[in-house]
Every structure is written in C-alpha cells, then in structure tokens.
Design a protein around this ligand. Structure first.
Ligand code: HDE
Length: 685
C-alpha cells in the first residue's frame, strides 16, 4: 500500500514510462479472445448437446487451451530460480577521470535499473535458502544503451576458462541418471569435479562459508568477478573490479536454519525482498570500484586477469562511487523477471573487456542461451529488455519481430536512404573497442601465471574468525558426508591440506578419511575485509516474533512502539489467530498462530509478560520450541517479566530480560541493540 502510493507520487523513470506502454490492466474490462472478440461465456466448451462431444469449431476453447499448453519456456540452464525488482542508480561523484560511461558522470542523474537475484544450481521451483552462490545481475537502462553487470555474491569463480563451464555445471547439477539431488552440491559428482580441478579451491572455500547462506538478498555483497576496463574520453584505461556493498551490512543464516527454512518457507528470500519493497524498506547497495592503472598490470603476485583471484581490499582499496536503490516490485513475474535477458557483453562506451578467459567465454554464451530460452533473436524487443536509448539498425525479421521498420532499405552502406542509419564516430559516442595490443600463437593452454590455486584460498581461511572457520569445517563435513565414494572424500581432504593443514584435518575428523598429507598452508596472508564479522549492524527491517496471548502485560505496547520506531517489524504470534487483550484491556491483532509460524522465519523473539499470557504459552509446547530454536540459532531473545519463564538460559549472551519493575523503554533499547547485533556466536548452545 505504502509502495503503491509512492509509486504514484514519485516521478516515473524513463524505463517505467516505456514499460507502461506495454502494461495492460484487465480491471473492469470486458473479456475478449486474443483477436479482440468479446466472449459471451467462459466456463463451458461448445458441445453437440449438453452431454455430447466438444466441437472443433470452438475457437475460444482452442485458443485458451493452446495458449495454456505453451505457457512454459525453458528455464535458465543455471540461475533458474531468481527474483527481480526495479530501481535506480545514482553516482556520488563524476567518474570522468576514469570512464566516459554516460551513467557515471553526473551525480544529479538517476539511471533506471532492473536487478535479478538468483541461486545457481536449483531449478525454478527449488528452495531459496539452499547452500549456493547467489547471482546478482543488474541491468542499467542508460541513455547510451543497456549496460549489464552480471555478477555473483562471491568475488571469484570455480574455473579459469569458460571451456570448463559445461563440465562444472554438469557436475553440480542433479546427477543425470536419477536427477538427485536438487539444488545441492552435497553429492559425488560435484566433489569429484572439485578434487580433479584444483583451481576451484578458492571458490569452494567461499561456497563452504556463510556467504552461501545469506539472511537476505538485501544483506549480501555483489561482485562483477572479472576484471573489466574503464576507458576515459582520452582513451586511457584502468583495470576495474566492481563491488556492491549492502547498506544493511552482510549477514547470514545458520546451516540448520536454512535447511528448515527450505521446508517452512521455500520462498523465504523472494518474500523478504518483496515485503521489504512493499513496506518502503528499499534495499540499497553502494557501488564500489577497485582500480588499477594499465601500467601496473604485472605488479601483483597474482595475475589480475585470473577469475579465481580477488584483489585484496587492503592492497587495492574499494572506492565507493554510487548507490543502487530497489524501490518497485514487478507487475508480472514472467514478463519481467523470467524474460529479462542479461549478458556481460552488454557494455556501453567507457566500459570494456579484458582477456580474462572466463569472461571471454561468457561473451558468447549469454546471447546464445537466450535464442532457445526466449525463442529467437528478437528478445531485445521484449519490454523488460528494451533499452531506453533509441535502437536503429538494419537487423530485420526473425521469430516474434515486433518493430515495424518501414522503407525499402535494410542494408549498409546505402544510397537510397542517405546511408542511414549511420555509424556514430567514437568522439560522438559510438562504441569503439579499446585498442589493446594482442600478439600470440593460437594455443590451447593456460598461462603459467594462473597456476597458483591455493594462496588465496589460504588467505580466505586465514581471514576468518573462529566461528566462521567452524562453520566452514562443518559445511565441508556435511557435504562430504553425503559423498558415497570414499576415494573422492579422501582426495578432497588431501586437496584442502594445500589450503591449510588444520582445516583439512578438522574436515577429516568427521568423514572417515585419513588425516591428510599435502604441503600445508599455501600463504600466511590475510584480508580482514573478507570476514563477515566486520560488517555494518542495523536493526532496520529485522523481523521479531512477539509471543503473547490474552492477558499480556500492558508494558508490551510501549515496547512495540519503540521497536517500530527503530524500523523493526514485530509480528504477534499466539496460540490462535484473532485478537488478544492485555491485562488492562488493550487489544492486539495476532498475525500468525504458533501452528503456521516458526522461529526460523524471524530474526529475534520477544516474549511478552503477563501471568495469564505466559501460562497460555507455557501450556503450548510449540512456544517453548519456538524460543529454544531461536536460542540454538544464536538469535537475540527478549523476555518481559514472567515471559522469562519460557527461557532455558536467561543469562546467556543476547538474551535480554526485563524484570517486572524495570522500565520498558530501557528494556526496548537494549533489545533493539541486541537485534542489530544479529547473532550471538559466543553463546553456548
Ligand atoms: Fe553465468 N550464465 N556463466 N556466470 N550467470 C548464465 O545465462 C556462463 C558466470 C551469472 O539473472 C546463463 O541467461 C558461462 C560467472 C548470473 O538472468 C548462461 C560462464 C558469473 C546469471 C551463463 C558463466 C556468472 C548467469 C544461463 C563461464 C559471475 C543469471 C541463463 C564462463 C560473474 C542472470 C542466462 C539472470 C546466467 C553462462 C560464469 C553470473 C548459460 C559460460 C563467473 C548472475 O548464459
């Protein structure tokens, strides 16, 4: 509702105006066939007699059924499950010195965007919270054409050459003979691939870390992964890596929680994004760039074009240059989120490629895949894919062509149309590729500078806090514990001994392998920026379950007000739906019953005081489970007065208890602080 109002109040972006031309509302309209013929009846097929066969001439039935029969299109081969939203991007300061990209020049200018977040391995109907990499794909509808930054929530990748991508994906997807398991890497073929392709070591460390279990799409980083080029209007280039930093900080779930969430709410992440936008909690991410001048290409002890390497932020600082805000949900999931077609090759003047062999291969794959997914070469005409910049060329025809190009001429050069459309010189904004000098023999080989597979994997491990290390070890143990082949398990453990001996022996302890050989840590480096512990903490938009029943203590109302003021979303959870009354008669609407709710759906729990309310809750074992599980997931817990009777460990870290005589404003403040903290890892569970 809030969102609907703000949609009407604010100025539409150029993309929204364009989309509006294609938006058709059926509200209050008479029903027609696709030919515009009014329909008089829509429940019965045309039959020869009420009990007779359906007639061939029933064009309405045939049209309705034919359309239905063809409603599905192939899902994306990877990143099939995704969720998108509209928004805008604004640069903080002109980046003119580095790039002529039109949308990065003027802090006054806003550029419309569409963002699609995704998981990688699962199919379209799989659960949101599985252990996986997340896609973070942004389409900027700039005035100089569409620019796609098609990234992930991890800054490196499993492989160094696109040639191996089909193999990687075949290994991680469900096994082909029985199509098991869905949306998981915990199976033999994935780990067989890993142990035979050691370049994956660094990315596997990220995948086994908490980065794979984001609390929300709104609370994860994004990365362009590859090294790109910024080119300015003097033709000077810088190597650039892109980062998205979430304003709410980076936060993760715990493994037990995501597994339960996959059943309790498989749509957890998309619901979270949708609800946040509908309630005006617009997700925000700052855009950061790391820049390396061309002449410094070879001054690092890793190859800056190797996509299994990151540029440590402590060596190449991230410069924050702008902000992305998501402020509008889609009107139609299929038309927008499903049909959007991203491509790392959609670049604009001022942004160019490098010879990263993974990026080079992607430049082929993305258009190619749309041909079968979206049914032909005109997918750029689908409303969500249309640039807001004008499109003029001599491309014609093809499946589903929508543009009507008048005139006799569809070739260049021509005399009949004054040689138009005419190419635009580079000085006037035409895209001209960076004139990098390239020289070499044709060869199927990898550069020697790509051969270090372990140093940065070690750096990642060294940079983790003890809690994060513990999570990584148990993730390996969980995944490898599902691998049937003992040989594969052993190979993986041996491989990760090259990352860190302690890591490998800790993994080994849980999975029946022998303590590893290998050379031990490949590097003593560490990069504090890699730990999620050093992140922003905010209570904004966190969800708290308030356990209460009839007879709750009236102090609750004041606490709820304070929570709301700090941006926390409190939902009343009780034994039954309906309205509950406080000790002095104030009333609260129950949003969820204990039957259809669960602590995994919330960031924190607050148990209200009041003798009668607490007795009702104590009589329902689900309320005790609720609090216990939140405790085991390290979540902040608050209890007012008698509410503390539901707690098992009232004096643990992150458990805030208000004795009856304490004033509730102070209690609420402490609780808000605890909620911002996110998790209490020092708690013994
Ligand atoms: Fe993709 N990838 N990818 N990928 N990728 C696709 O394109 C591919 C890679 C990423 O929300 C596909 O339209 C190859 C890295 C995202 O629609 C396909 C290689 C990164 C999305 C494809 C990679 C990504 C995709 C499947 C190795 C992070 C979802 C459907 C060279 C920088 C975009 C489609 C969306 C989707 C190919 C590796 C990110 C098949 C060949 C590295 C976020 O074209």
């Amino acid at each position: 509702m809030k969102e609907q109002q703000s949609r009407n109040n604010r100025q539409q972006t150029s993309k929204e105006k364009q989309l509006e031309q294609f938006t058709v509302s059926n509200d209050g309209k008479p029903m027609t066939t696709n030919q515009g013929v009014p329909v008089s009846e829509d429940e019965h097929s045309l039959k020869a007699g009420v009990r007779g066969p359906t007639l061939m001439e029933d064009f309405h039935f045939r049209e309705k059924m034919t359309h239905f029969d063809h409603e599905r299109i192939p899902e994306r081969i990877v990143h099939a499950r995704g969720f998108g939203a509209h928004g805008y991007f604004q640069v903080y300061e002109s980046m003119k010195a580095y790039t002529k990209a039109q949308f990065l020049q003027d802090p006054e200018q806003t550029t419309p965007v569409f963002v699609r977040f995704s998981t990688v391995a699962g199919s379209r109907g799989s659960a949101d919270t599985v252990r996986d990499v997340r896609g973070f794909a942004v389409k900027f509808y700039t005035e100089a054409g569409n620019y796609d930054l098609v990234g992930n929530n991890m800054p490196v990748f499993f492989i160094q050459d696109a040639m191996k991508f089909p193999d990687l994906v075949h290994a991680v997807k469900p096994e082909p003979h029985n199509e098991i398991p869905q949306a998981q890497s915990a199976h033999d073929t994935f780990w067989d691939f890993v142990s035979n392709n050691t370049e994956s070591a660094h990315m596997v460390m990220w995948k086994m870390s908490d980065r794979s279990l984001p609390r929300s799409f709104r609370m994860m980083e994004g990365f362009g992964v590859h090294t790109f080029r910024f080119v300015n209007d003097e033709g000077r280039a810088h190597f650039v890596k892109f980062h998205w930093k979430p304003v709410l900080g980076m936060h993760a779930h715990v493994w037990d929680e995501v597994q339960k969430l996959a059943g309790k709410d498989p749509d957890y992440h998309r619901r979270d994004l949708w609800d946040a936008i509908e309630s005006g909690n617009y997700p925000e991410y700052e855009l950061g760039v790391q820049l390396i001048p061309e002449e410094d290409e070879f001054t690092f002890d890793f190859d800056i074009l190797d996509p299994t390497k990151l540029w440590p932020e402590e060596i190449v600082p991230v410069r924050i240059i702008g902000k992305l805000t998501l402020n509008r949900n889609t009107d139609n999931f299929f038309a927008e989120t499903e049909q959007i077609a991203f491509h790392p090759g959609h670049v604009v003047p001022g942004i160019d490629f490098t010879n990263d062999p993974l990026l080079q291969g992607r430049l082929f794959s993305y258009t190619d895949t749309q041909l079968s997914r979206l049914g032909g070469p005109n997918f750029h005409e689908i409303p969500i894919n249309r640039p807001v910049a004008p499109v003029h060329n001599n491309q014609r025809d093809g499946m589903h062509r929508m543009t009507i190009n008048p005139g006799q001429v569809s070739y260049h050069k021509n005399g009949l149309a004054g040689n138009s459309p005419s190419p635009v010189p580079e000085e006037e904004g035409g895209y001209a590729h960076y004139t990098e000098k390239v020289d070499g023999r044709k060869i199927r080989e990898r550069s020697d500078s790509f051969k270090d597979h372990y140093s940065q994997a070690s750096m990642f491990w060294n940079s983790m806090s003890e809690v994060e290390k513990e999570h990584i070890v148990s993730a390996f143990q969980f995944e490898l514990g599902k691998v049937k082949s003992k040989d594969i398990r052993q190979r993986v453990v041996d491989m990760f001994a090259n990352v860190d001996k302690e890591l490998a022996s800790r993994i080994s302890e849980g999975i029946g392998t022998v303590s590893p050989g290998g050379q031990g840590a490949a590097s003593a480096l560490s990069s504090p920026a890699l730990s999620m512990m050093n992140t922003v903490k905010s209570p904004r938009s966190r969800k708290v379950a308030v356990l209460a029943d009839n007879g709750f203590s009236e102090a609750l109302t004041g606490v709820l007000e304070q929570l709301e003021q700090s941006g926390i979303i409190a939902e009343i959870v009780s034994t039954k739906l309906g309205v509950i009354s406080g000790e002095a008669g104030s009333q609260l609407e129950v949003q969820r019953s204990l039957l259809n709710s669960d602590s995994v759906l919330f960031d924190a729990v607050l148990v209200a005081g009041g003798r009668q309310s607490v007795d009702e809750l104590l009589a329902n074992p689900k309320s005790l489970d609720f609090v216990k599980e939140a405790f085991q997931h390290y979540k902040p817990i608050g209890a007012m007065a008698e509410g503390a009777e539901l707690l098992l460990e009232p004096s643990s870290p992150g458990v805030v208890v208000a004795p009856a005589e304490q004033d509730s404003p102070l209690f609420a403040e402490e609780l808000i602080e605890a909620i911002a903290e996110h998790r209490y890892w020092s708690r013994v569970v």
